[in-house]
Design a protein around this ligand. Sequence first.
Ligand SMILES: *[C@@H]1O[C@H](CO)[C@@H](O)[C@H](O)[C@H]1NC(C)=O
Length: 335
Amino acid sequence: MMKYHVLFLIILSCIVVSGFSRNLPITAFDEGYSHLFGDNNLMILNDGKSAHISLDKRTGAGFVSQDLYLHGYFSASIKLPADYTAGVVVAFYMSNGDMFEKNHDEIDFEFLGNIRGKDWRIQTNIYGNGSTNVGREERYGLWFDPSEDFHQYSILWTENLIIFYVDNVPIREIKRTKAMGGDFPSKPMSLIATIWDGSNWATNGGKYKVNYKYAPYTAKFSDFILHGCAIDPIELSSKCDDDAAESKTPSGITLDQRRKMDNFRKKQMQYSYCYDMTRYNVPPPECVIDSKEAERLRAFDPVRFGGSHHHHGKRHRRRSKSKLKEEDDVDVSFM
Ligand SMILES: *[C@@H]1O[C@H](CO)[C@@H](O)[C@H](O)[C@H]1NC(C)=O
């Protein structure tokens, strides 16, 4: 057990210091994952090196890690379906929603399809201990077409830090703050990948639905990295003492990476919950408001991101119990 922890600690430290995951072992599908739903809309190819999940009229599909993990580095290379993909949602995320109905944790990458000629967008979010009344969504464009080739999407999760990466560029960093309380994910979670019909919200507020004329929509996954403190679902916490691994985890992102992250966020971020005045009269406590960022987002949506006096009376908590809906989002015509 001890050996495992030391090894984990060393490897985790290396990841955090270098930001590169290329030395981490790739897991074959059958070693790390199992089928979740969607019968033969899940296909395992290349000796288990890749998995395809498809959405057609009958069903979406998904797969789930065999183990639960408490902290670690999790990654997959993903190629999204091309052309008309409005209403299609592909998700690569961690959750323990099946075990903790009322106080689950979640760390999400969600990919939102679009009409032909418009790019996919990514959304990130977290929930902790059932904090579903506080969505912490951010949404971004990408600097490439994610349906053209495989790109690596990764989640680093430690006791006090979550970092989302795209092709090893950190795009979002969430530090645990005291004020967040239980809202920071803290219980073991599974890795899950799904494709499903999000017609009622995914693209421009449900304006553009999934069109099954173009089905099947297939998302391709490969290069699975499941590198964390694995916990047997039956034995649960007994197998993993996480604080040994965390105490030496360095502060996270190198200077060079931080520069890249800032650059990415300046260019690509289209939505941030911290600036959404139609949702939060007072931003959640961890938000650090940057006036330049606020100004940039206001250009997308003057009402949502403040600055317009026109809708002040409407600043109530719309939909505070549900996930962010695209209809509350910037219109695609701004992009
Ligand atoms: C999680 O939520 C439950 C109530 O659902 C609460 O009793 C508990 O204290 C919370 N845990 C943390 C760490 O905030």
